[in-house]
Design a protein around this ligand. Sequence first.
Ligand code: G3I
Length: 455
Amino acid sequence: MTERCQGDTRPRTGPRARTAIVLAAAALLAATSAAFLPGTASAGTTLGASAAEKGRYFGTAVAASRLSDGNYTTILNREFNSVTPENEMKIDATEPQQGRFSYGAAEQIVNHARSRGMSVRGHTLAWHSQQPSWMESMSGSALRSAMLNHVTQVATHFRGQVVAWDVVNEAFEDGTSGARRNSNLQRTGNDWIEAAFRAARAADPNAKLCYNDYNTDNWTHAKTQAVYNMVRDFKARGVPIDCVGFQSHFNNDSPYVSNYRTTLSSFAALGVDVQVTELDIQGAPAATYRSVVEDCLAVARCNGVTVWGIRDSDSWRASQTPLLFNSSGQKKAAYDAVLAALNNGTTPTDPPTTPPTTPPTTPPSGSCTATLQDSTRWGDRFNSQVTVSGASNWTVVVAVTPPQKVSNTWNGTPTWDSSGNVMTMRSNGSGTVFGFTTMANGTWTRPVVRSCTAS
Ligand code: G3I
C-alpha cells in the first residue's frame, strides 16, 4: 500500500529505502508505543503534539492576513496541528460574483497548513451569513441551485486537502422554538440541509461532513435537542453526515455547563464524530478551558478541539480576552490548563471507536468466521488483528472509514476496491491471523469485517 496520508511531507523514496524506514520506524514505535497509548499520561510540550498522543488534533482559526506576522506564525507552527480558515472559505470569499470563484486567500492558509503537516477544517459551504450580495438577493429554486453549485465547486476545488467540512453552519433558531432559522436558504425548502450534504459527499467523498452550530452545548436547550433530532433523522435515512461541530463560544450570557460532556457523548452515540470547532471563553478561565478539553477527551468520538484564534488580539471578541495567548503571544494560565488536560487525558467512556450499530466481532459468513480485535494504537494510527476460524484458505473483506487509509498489512495478500476503503485479504497458506495498520486521519472508528469466505 503506497498511499500517502494528508500532511505527509516525507520525501518519496525507493523500495529499499522504504523498507529501511519501515524497519527503523517499527523499532522506534516498539520502544515508544507505551507512551502513546490512549488514556495514559503523556508529556507533550505543545498543544498539537499532546493532542496527537491522545489521537486528537488541537487546532486554531487562522486569518490569511496574519500569516505575515512572525509572532503569530511562530505560535501557529509550534502549537497547532489543525487549521480552520476564519473567513477565507466562506461564501462571500470564495464566490464573490456568481460563478466566479476566488480561492487565493483560502489556498494561502491551506498551503501554509498542509506544508507543515497540519490538517485543514473547511468552514463553511452553506450559511445564511456572509453571503455575497448576489446570493443574498436570491430565492427559491435559483438560490437552491446556486447554493448546491457553490457546495459542489468549492468542495471539489479542495478535494483531498480538507479533512472535514462544515457543510452547513448555524441553521437553527436560538431560543426555545427548536425551529429552523428563517433564512433565504431555509425558504428554498426544508430539505436544503440534506441536499447540501449530498452535494458535498458527491464532490469530496473522503472528507468528513459536519453540521456546525453555536448555543448547542447545553444538553437541555431546545436548540441542542433540535439539532440532535435532525442528526438522528439524517443517520436513520442515510443522509451523509459524519460529524457535528460545537462552536462553543462561551461567555457570561452563554456559559459552559457541566452537561457539555453529556451533549458530546449523546451526539457521538448517534454514530457521528463530534468536534469542538470555535472555542473561546470570556476571560479565559483556566478551569473552564480544562473542563472543555477533558470533556472532549472523555468521548472517544471527539476528534479534536479548535480555538477561534491564537492571541487575544486575533479574536473576534478581543475585548473579552478569551484565548490561550495574550496579545503579545505569551501563554496564559488557560494554556497551561489545556496542556495539562491533554497530557493527563482520561480514558474514553463511550464505546471506543465503535459505531453503536457495529458489533465488535462479525458473525460467520459462508463457512468461516473472522473476528477483528483492536491492537496497538499511536497518535496517528492503530493496528487491528483479524483471527479466522473454520477455514485455512480464506478470503476476508474489511472496510475502513474514510478518510482512514490502511498503510500496512501482514500475513495475507490484500487487494483493494476503487475507493481504497475496502480491502479484500486472502490467506497466504495455512495462517489464520492477519493484521493491518490504519492511518486514522482524525477518525478512530474501528474497521469492520464485512465477510469471511472459505475457498
Ligand atoms: O477584512 C475587512 C476589512 O478590510 C474591513 O475594513 C473591515 C470593516 O468592517 O471588515 C473586515 O472584514 C471583517 C472580517 O471579519 C475580517 O476581520 C468583517 O467585517 C467581519 O464581519 C468579519 O467577522 C467575522 C464573522 O465571523 C462574520 O460573521 C469574524 O472575523 C469571524 O471570526 C466570525 O466567525 C464566526 C464563524 O464563522 C461562525 N461562528 C461564529 C463566529 C463568530 O462570529
